[in-house]
Design a protein around this ligand. Structure first.
Ligand SMILES: [Zn+2]
Length: 210
């Protein structure tokens, strides 16, 4: 489907390629169609004096000669490249603006969502301070957050145990004293597993591979 546009001079709808090109515009054309543009230029020319027409004819001829020189071709090539770069930069800045806008909207949506969560947390745990309520709410409702917090806590505990071997031994001792049955049971299970493993190794000794 070819895009069309209504000329603001003659009011006729025509395809875009029948309009005067203008790369700065988003649509790439002016709002005047080529026919009207040429008609206006021609009418303007007819109004000129004979001397002026002659002057312009000479000027046009000089220009035509200039068009055929290699310097002119080079200059045009340079200008075309420049124009391409400018258009590219414009396109980039447009894309950047859109990206920034999307990011802003995304952040606003996230903030709004968070505000709702905080409201819910405060309503859910009225006895707690606001930040404590939010912390608890996150822990209870967000599995990823809970996983993370638990892992952080386990890491802290491991570090603490490593740095305080005395305390760790005491803690284990207290645990054993609190529930000796459980530890005995654990030891029995371990011994049974060990025995079974040793027996299995003895009954089927590893044969060297052939
Ligand atoms: Zn027109």
């Amino acid at each position: 489907m070819t895009k069309t546009k209504v000329c603001k001079v003659c009011g006729v709808e025509k395809p875009l390629e029948r309009f005067v090109k203008q790369w700065r515009n988003t649509s790439g054309v002016l709002s005047v169609c080529l026919d009207c543009y040429y008609a206006r230029a021609k009418a303007g020319y007819e109004k000129l004096s004979e001397e002026e027409k002659e002057r312009r004819r000479l000027e046009r001829n000089a220009y035509q000669r200039k068009l055929r020189t290699p310097e002119y071709a080079q200059e045009m090539e340079r200008k075309r490249a420049e124009r391409g770069l400018r258009a590219e930069a414009l396109e980039l800045s447009r894309a950047e603006r859109t990206a920034r806008k999307n990011l802003r909207e995304e952040k606003a949506a996230k903030r709004a969502e968070r505000a709702l969560q905080i409201e819910a947390a405060v309503a859910l745990y009225p006895a707690l301070d606001r930040w404590q309520a939010v912390k608890k709410y996150d822990y209870e409702t967000n599995p990823a957050h809970r996983e993370h917090r638990d892992e952080v806590r386990r890491a802290q505990q491991r570090r603490h145990d490593k740095n305080n071997p005395e305390k760790r031994r005491e803690k284990e001792k207290r645990k054993r004293e609190r529930n000796p049955e459980r530890f005995l049971e654990k030891n029995r299970r371990y011994a049974a597993r060990r025995k079974a493993r040793l027996l299995a190794e003895k009954s089927s000794p590893l044969t060297p591979e052939e």
